[in-house]
Design a protein around this ligand. Sequence first.
Ligand SMILES: [Zn+2]
Length: 249
Amino acid sequence: MNAETTACAVCGGAGWVLEDSGGSKVARRCACYGDRRKSALLEQANIPRRYQNCRLDNFEVHNDSLRDAKKLSEKFVKNYPAQEVGLLFIGPCGVGKTHLAAAIIRELIEKKDVPCIFYDFRDLIREIQSTFTPDSILSESDVLQPVFQAEVLVLDELGAKRTSAWVEETVFYIINYRYNQKKMTIFTTNYPDIDEEEDRRDSFYKKGEESLVSRIGVRLRSRIYEMCKVVEMTGDDYRKMAKQAGYRF
Ligand SMILES: [Zn+2]
């Protein structure tokens, strides 16, 4: 049994209680209402189980870049919805990009009742592909509705899957729609960001190393730069190190 299936003892689950006010009855929200709304929002947010316990105050700071990233995340939550731009966390695996992104939306839900959603980039692409039938209208698709409508979207592992031209077009359409609606998006990516000229030059020398722009295209990358503050995070794979340190023989 959880909170949703146990009716509130005060209001019987209605969410309202009647009170006397100068001889007439007035309805006010029962205290249980806010809690139920928060747990519904949390459920809808779709934060992966692995990141369920991520909070800003349990984020481990190992260097200055991580300290700055944490500060910016706290500021984002504190200022929301007054800020103009979202966040793009860039850095190698294991430095805590997804931790911060998940923690931000959890705190926005808990502190400010903001409808948020977490999406893995690969899942988003799969869902886009599933909606591509000749007569489907993407913006009306039920599966993608939350991605368009959530006040704050986390798009995790940007560029982690190769896209075709039409998927790239569609991702651009979604992100651009959110941009026009002034809805905040928080991205994470493992792909280093190298500017376009540098990227062209570099590609001659190190073919193996891909940049963000080669994964998501010039147009989407430049749109994301207009809608996000870039937060670079550096360091070792702390997740792996912590795991290794915890193994006992
Ligand atoms: Zn109640």
